[in-house]
Design a protein around this ligand. Structure first.
Ligand SMILES: [Zn+2]
Length: 124
């Protein structure tokens, strides 16, 4: 997969390590470039806060251009303070976020992940 991948996920301290571990283990990368915002799948799915969306995309750009990342993971998690929607709603937001990023980066693999109430990471 390469040396780096990219993860867009929430700033929540509970999910950082599980996501790193999951991506390193399942995608054969050494490093995970992390882009954190409170509830980023909500930000990307709604696409109303253009400044924040632009900021996220600029960071993804660096990871892809400079670190040659070929994988972007977008995740949501249980009990998100910034995005208190249920799992199903968040997964819809993640799917929208994937679509949005796929438009910008058609050649990059973009995946959705969910971190559950036991901090387990699941692809979907
Ligand atoms: Zn959160």
């Amino acid at each position: 997969m390469g040396d780096f991948c990219t993860s867009i996920h929430c700033m929540d301290g509970r999910i950082q390590e599980p996501l790193m571990d999951f991506l390193k283990k399942h995608y054969d990368v050494n490093y995970v470039d992390t882009i954190t915002e409170p509830g980023p799948c909500k930000i990307l799915a709604e696409n109303t806060n253009k400044i924040l969306v632009k900021s996220i995309i600029e960071k993804v750009e660096i990871s892809i251009d400079k670190h040659k990342s070929k994988l972007v993971a977008i995740s949501g998690h249980h009990d998100c303070a910034a995005n208190p929607c249920d799992e199903e709603t968040q997964k819809d937001q993640i799917k929208k976020s994937i679509k949005y990023c796929k438009n910008i980066y058609p050649d990059i693999e973009i995946i959705g992940l969910w971190v559950d109430n036991e901090r387990r990471v699941n692809g979907f």
